[in-house]
Design a protein around this ligand. Structure first.
Ligand code: BDR
Ligand code: CA
Length: 319
């Protein structure tokens, strides 16, 4: 096996974030250096507590956790996505408290230390609103420039919105931050709704975990998946749930899972109807230099197999 890719994960757990974190920790292709948390699916207090408890559940209290921004840079009418993820962010699944709190350094200071302290480039996987990432880029552009790349779950090129008809949740939540990140000059892979809406799992995919002697990891996964499935059934009328954030992690594990196209991407943050929309110049109409590699197609079957098999292995290894 070649040297693992070093990653930091900026996240707002969040059910699909939690599964994405599990996928990352279960993947020998990755070395997870730190988690940083942001307000999004639920408030920062919950996302930080959820990150700490998830790591404790998975026996990884050694991984740094830094708390970041609770509110967006500018926008003041963003609201958590409680319908999708529950008021606590994990669909009501109760996890054991962790024996520690977040690191005294905040998210940005921690990111700076971790990126500067690594003797090889680090990939930043961003699974929530881009507030912390924008703060890093603003505070320390020299450190951001050392990143291998940013792989972010957010936006859409042809499939535009899940929060509004024009906007995906993470970009909608903090569009000013997203605009600054896309303009930062750091290589970006954008994993948006074009591909994440196809990156689904069905309840039956998790049957390997539904045993009489299910351990705490299996119980947590099934509890979250059940909540997420109920939400999808009620709102979309399907049992297939989009594993948005896991696809972003999977793209680092196996880049061949998606086909990307370089394109200029900007973010609309003033439009009354389109605030939070990613404007993706797929046909190079404006003749700007590309700012991101935009994922347009996905091998959804291979992704689903990777996610479920890795999470099942993780559960077995912790029994
Ligand atoms: C994104 O928004 C959140 O609900 C999910 O965690 C994911 O990061 C999908 O639009
Ligand atoms: Ca998320």
């Amino acid at each position: 096996m070649s040297t693992p890719t070093r990653i930091v994960i900026d996240t707002d757990p969040g059910i699909d974030d939690a599964l994405a974190i599990m996928l990352a920790l279960a993947s020998p292709e990755l070395e997870v250096l730190a988690l940083t948390t942001v307000g999004g699916n639920t408030g920062l207090g919950n996302t930080t507590e959820n990150a700490l408890r998830l790591l404790h559940l998975l026996g990884r209290d050694d991984i740094l956790v830094g708390a970041g921004a609770d509110v967006p840079l500018v926008r003041r009418d963003s609201r958590p996505d409680e319908a999708t993820h529950g008021a606590d962010g994990l669909g009501g699944v109760r996890l054991e408290p962790a024996p520690r709190g977040a690191d005294a350094r905040g998210a940005v200071e921690m990111l700076v230390d971790v990126i500067e302290g690594s003797d090889r480039p680090v990939t930043l996987v961003a699974l929530g609103p881009l507030t912390n990432v924008a703060a890093l880029v603003a505070a320390r552009p020299d450190v951001a420039a050392r990143l291998e790349r940013i792989v972010l779950m957010g936006g859409g090129a042809r499939v535009l919105g899940n929060m509004t008809p024009a906007a995906e949740f993470n970009i909608w939540f903090d569009p000013e931050a997203a605009a600054r990140v896309f303009a930062a000059g750091v290589p970006i892979t954008m994993v948006g709704l074009d591909v994440t809406h196809q990156a689904t799992t069905a309840p039956g995919d998790w049957d390997a975990l539904r045993t009489d002697d299910a351990g705490p990891v299996a119980r947590a996964v099934l509890g979250m998946v059940d909540h997420y499935t109920r939400f999808y059934l009620e709102t979309v009328g399907t049992e297939l749930t989009a594993q948005h954030d896991s696809l972003a992690v999977a793209v680092v594990v196996r880049p061949d899972l998606v086909t990307t196209r370089p394109a200029y991407v900007d973010v609309e943050y003033t439009g009354a109807l389109t605030r939070g929309m990613t404007v993706v110049d797929l046909d190079d109409v404006a003749k700007h230099s590309p700012t991101a590699d935009v994922a347009l197609e996905v091998d959804a079957a291979a992704f689903g197999e990777l996610l479920v098999s890795r999470v099942v292995e993780l559960d077995r290894s912790l029994r």
